[in-house]
Structures are given as structure tokens and as C-alpha cells.
Write a protein that binds this ligand. Structure first.
Ligand code: BG6
Length: 297
């Protein structure tokens, strides 16, 4: 492990190491524009907030904070598979794994960047070997880069990735999602039926669980109640997943409040299903996602 370069973090107090919820190690980052919190467990960003703005991310009040369990909310890192795998945990093992802090850097513009690395343990043994690192940059936006290297000298690494971002919204019925019109999607609420998005402005009034394929463009989430638009920009991400569990599913989830579906929407950036990545031996894949917000005009 590279020794964390805390001296490079800039003025004292910009990055503070704490025992977070469930006593899990976390970092609290403060910049001129914003605050953020990152847990080493799952390399999980649980909080980002610009000064004077509402939190960008939703975090369930019922979330577990426990080794081996996924955090409900924030940004789970989904790797190396998305969704169910027979006999294996949903959404891969990386979101439940301990990541290592490799480096903290303060950029010339006063952004703070944190680099975390995933060290494959016994859980990864059934999967072709890979290494992952994750760079989180905090400024007036939140920038996330997930880097996966196929360490095999002979085998192609076939994998899915996804930054399963839970956004905070004031009232889901006042929200619309833009940027997906014309994209094909798999509808998980209808046995993965393949459909095409016809709406400019997607509104949520029941359970939504859609995997949009070949959809590399930016997506915007308009929240008329908060009066802001969240913009999700991405590089090397061909899929977008939109999810809200609505009433019945919320009631079935032990780590999610019955009413919390009103305050969240997942707009997830990744490469899943037919967009999965086939990475040749010794090659590296990088996916970048930038999350920003502005007042709704
Ligand atoms: C979404 C899936 O990405 O994640 C949903 O599309 C799933 O089907 C949701 O229910 C939450 O998954 P989990 O494993 O965190 O409960």
C-alpha cells in the first residue's frame, strides 16, 4: 500500500479521519465549496453537499453500517457484476469489501482528491484477477473515476461496473429525469421486457427499475420542490439505470424506511448487461462520472 500522503491534503482540517457510523473508518472532506464523507468500507461516498445547497445524496436512516453489509444510499460501487448472480451476492462483492486509502492530494484549484484501492481477498478468488482503484475529487462538483485493471496475462476480464448513485430529492412526485429519450431499456418490473424511452421528462409514480443501454449521454434530474437540477455527466459509461422502489418494495427492504422512496431516486452510471466490458489481458478501463447541480431556471 502507498502510504497516505496526508501532508498533501492542503490546509489542516481539510481531511479528517473519524470512526464513522458502526465504528467504520471514514473521511470527512471540507473544501471551499462543499463537504463530503467517504467510508473505506466499499469506498462508499455517503455524503456530498455544496455550501448553501441541499445534500446531493440520499442516505437511508435505516442503513446498516456493518462489515460485510452494503450501505443503503450514497454511492455504492458495483463491481464486478450488476444485479443477481446465481449463488452469489447481488451487485458484486466490492461494495461490501474493505478498500485501502492510497493517496490524498490537494489540487492547485483547491479540490481535494482521494484515491482508494481494492485489494482482492478470498471473495474475489472465483473471479479472474483484477485490481480496482477509485479516485474521488471534491470541489463544487463531485467527480468519480473507477479504474479497473485486468491483471491476468492470458484471460479477458468480462465485468460490469456501476456507480449506483442515490440522489436526494425533496418529493419524488415533483421530479423529472431528462436525457434518455430514444434509448432502449430493459424493464425489470416487466420481466426485463425491452422497450424504448418515449418521454423527454420521465416522471415517477410507481416502481421504476430500468436499465438503459447504449446511453452514454448526460442525464439531468430536475427537482421542482428544491428548485435545482442535478447533472450527471459521464465518460466510458454506456448504461444508465433508473430506480425507485416505490411503496411495496420499500416496505420489503429492512434497511430502507417505508416512506423514504419519496426522498430518493437512483440514477446509476455504468456498463451493465449488453454493455458489459470485455477487457483484454493487462489492460485498464476507466469510467468517469461528474455530478453537479445548479438552480432550476
Ligand atoms: C438497482 C436494481 O440498481 O438496485 C434494483 O436495478 C435493485 O433491481 C436495486 O433492487 C437495489 O439493490 P440492492 O441489492 O442494493 O438492494
Amino acid at each position: 500500500m502507498t502510504k497516505p500522503n496526508t501532508a498533501a491534503a492542503g490546509p489542516a482540517g481539510r481531511v479528517v479521519f473519524l470512526a464513522g457510523r458502526g465504528n467504520l473508518p471514514m473521511m470527512e472532506i471540507t473544501t471551499a465549496w462543499s463537504t463530503a464523507e467517504i467510508y473505506l468500507h466499499g469506498a462508499h461516498v455517503t455524503h456530498f453537499q455544496r455550501k448553501g445547497d441541499a445534500p446531493l445524496l440520499f442516505l437511508s436512516q435505516c442503513s446498516r453500517f456493518e462489515n460485510g453489509k452494503a450501505i443503503r444510499g450514497g454511492i455504492p460501487v458495483i463491481l464486478p457484476w450488476f444485479g443477481a448472480r446465481e449463488g452469489l451476492g447481488q451487485h458484486g462483492f466490492v461494495r461490501n469489501a474493505a478498500w485501502e486509502l492510497q493517496e490524498i492530494a490537494s489540487e492547485s484549484d483547491d479540490s481535494v482528491s482521494v484515491r482508494l484501492a481494492f485489494s482482492p481477498g478470498p471473495a474475489a478468488a472465483m473471479h479472474p484477477p483484477f485490481e480496482a482503484s477509485y479516485v474521488v475529487t471534491v470541489n463544487d462538483q463531485l467527480e468519480l473515476e473507477l479504474i479497473v485493471t485486468n491483471t491476468s496475462a492470458t484471460d479477458t476480464l468480462v465485468f460490469e461496473n456501476c456507480l449506483h448513485t442515490y440522489f436526494f430529492v425533496e418529493d419524488i412526485t415533483a421530479v423529472s429525469v431528462h436525457g434518455l429519450k430514444g434509448a432502449a431499456y430493459l424493464d425489470k418490473t416487466a420481466n426485463q421486457a425491452r422497450r424504448t424511452e418515449t418521454d423527454d421528462a420521465i416522471r415517477i409514480s410507481s416502481e421504476v427499475d430500468r436499465t438503459y443501454l447504449d446511453a452514454p449521454g448526460a442525464v439531468e434530474i430536475e427537482d421542482a420542490r428544491i428548485g435545482r437540477v442535478i447533472r450527471v455527466e459521464k465518460e466510458n459509461s454506456a448504461s444508465t439505470v433508473v430506480w425507485n422502489p416505490w411503496v411495496a418494495k420499500a416496505q420489503q427492504m429492512a434497511d430502507f424506511g417505508n416512506e423514504e422512496y419519496r426522498n430518493m431516486i437512483c440514477v446509476e452510471s455504468g456498463n451493465v448487461s449488453a454493455n458489459r466490458i470485455e477487457l483484454p489481458p493487462k489492460q485498464t478501463s476507466r469510467m468517469k462520472v461528474r455530478l453537479g447541480s445548479a438552480p432550476l431556471s
